[in-house]
Design a protein around this ligand. Structure first.
Ligand code: NAD
Ligand code: DAU
Length: 374
């Protein structure tokens, strides 16, 4: 019953969560790389979805934005049929670990039930009746593998699942559902498990954009626990390049780990951002006028804002990805070094102050209501 093809030719995509951080970067990447494709974006515009992320692509004839929920199975079915979709790239999720600790229900609803709703619609349209060429790509996380000790080898695709937060557990459940829809019904699926992403459009509740925005506003930089937890950081376009390879050439029902071989402690990342912004203030006199509350504007260094706070409950100590499989099997090769990626990211946040400020002060919601009626 199961398909075993490796080559897939994605022409008509349904991208869920395309108004979020990675999804929006994916849409830009995809339309630049494959301009002849059709892309339909389905996004519920939760607090994390930002329609302005898509403002320069939304009106292209190759692109359609649909404001809707992945839990709405009949909407998904209708979109699959009316747009003759051959590929689903499933990003939509609740994605912030801290929120999952304080309110797990939304994570179970969107990440588990929502993914199941997508799978049911895909099965109905692609498999029940006349079967058609298709691929369901599920975007997942390295957090499903749990936490590593300092001496442990990095996560590979065979590392047993051991999720620790409600977020990670919900993503692990969704990964298993995707697998089950292949094993049981023959749906052509692939999954990628990626490490921490950074880059443009990341919501300023996540570590890197939060630190940038807080320095510029002169707010404290909260370091959870001892700050020695380790994450493996990857520039977002390198994640999307990996997804592209998996969709086209990945083997059915295989999972691929994507990472940048770039482990940093949180405190070192925060200190690096502090230093880079100190240099920026030194070399550009305009910065102090633009950001009068930043410590550099009154002669202090950014690291004076570092504040150690209570640790995150169940905080995973270390993540690291072994990307050997995608590298050797699919020729994956990240393009961005951390040096170039973090500088690009800083530059983007400095050039897009209205973007993060409107999110932080709540005015983005007003903009949305004024500019769109759906
Ligand atoms: P994000 O929170 O920035 O964006 C999520 C998007 O999904 C938003 O646009 C939101 O409106 C949309 N969404 C949420 N619930 C929805 C629903 N019920 N119906 C339709 N749309 C809905 O997330 P992100 O950081 O871009 O992550 C995207 C995916 O990548 C997630 O599945 C996440 O688990 C995974 N991932 C993220 C990272 C990372 O470092 N950010 C790393 C590995 C994997
Ligand atoms: O590993 C992939 C995962 O990376 C994704 O699946 C998640 O969707 C994504 O949010 C991210 O999870 P993390 O919990 O690792 O990311 P976050 O940016 O929230 O935190 C990074 C590290 O920094 C983590 O160890 C917690 C710490 N931290 C975070 C914040 C927001 C702080 O010390 N202070 C903070 O204020």
């Amino acid at each position: 019953m199961a398909e075993t093809n490796t080559q897939h030719n994605p022409n008509r995509l349904l991208v869920t969560g395309g108004a979020g951080f990675i999804g929006a970067n994916f849409i830009h990447y995809w339309l630049k790389t494959w301009p002849d494709s059709r892309v339909v974006i389905l996004d519920a515009l939760t607090y994390a979805g930002n329609r302005s992320n898509l403002i320069d692509v939304e009106n292209l004839s190759s692109c359609r934005f649909v404001h809707g929920d992945i839990l709405d199975e009949s909407l998904v079915e209708r979109l699959l049929r009316e747009e003759a979709i051959d590929t689903i790239v499933h990003f939509a999720a609740e994605s912030h670990v801290d929120r999952s600790i304080h309110g797990p229900d939304a994570f179970l609803q969107t990440n588990i039930i929502g993914t199941h709703s997508m799978l049911k619609a895909a099965k109905k349209v692609w498999l029940d009746g006349q079967s058609s060429s298709h691929r369901f790509h599920h975007v997942s996380t390295d957090e499903v593998y749990g936490s590593l000790k300092p001496e442990d080898p990095a996560f590979s695709e065979t590392t047993p699942y051991a999720p620790n937060s409600p977020y990670a557990a919900s993503k692990a459940s969704s990964d298993f559902l995707v697998r089950a829809y292949h094993e049981t019904y023959g749906l052509n699926v692939t999954t990628s498990n990626c490490s921490n992403n950074y880059g443009p459009y990341q919501f300023p509740e996540k570590l890197i954009p939060l630190i940038i925005a807080n320095i510029l506003d002169g707010k404290s930089l909260p370091i959870y626990g001892d700050g020695l937890q380790i994450r493996d950081w990857l520039y977002v376009d390198d994640h999307n390049r990996g997804i592209d390879l998996v969709i086209r050439n990945g083997r059915t029902n295989e999972t691929y780990n994507i990472g940048g071989n770039n482990e940093w402690t949180n405190i070192d990342i925060v200190r690096l951002i502090c230093e880079l912004l100190d240099q920026q203030f030194e070399s550009d006199a305009d910065m102090s006028k633009r950001f009068p509350h930043a410590p550099q504007a009154s002669g202090r260094q950014a690291d004076s804002l570092i504040t150690y706070v209570k640790d995150r409950a169940g905080h995973d100590r270390r993540y690291a990805i072994d990307a050997t499989k995608i590298t050797t099997e699919l020729g994956y090769d990240p393009q961005e070094s951390f040096e170039t990626g973090i500088r690009k990211t800083l530059k983007w946040y400095l050039q897009h102050e209205p973007w993060w400020r409107s999110i932080m002060d709540g005015s983005y919601q007003n903009w949305l209501e004024t500019n769109y009626d759906n």
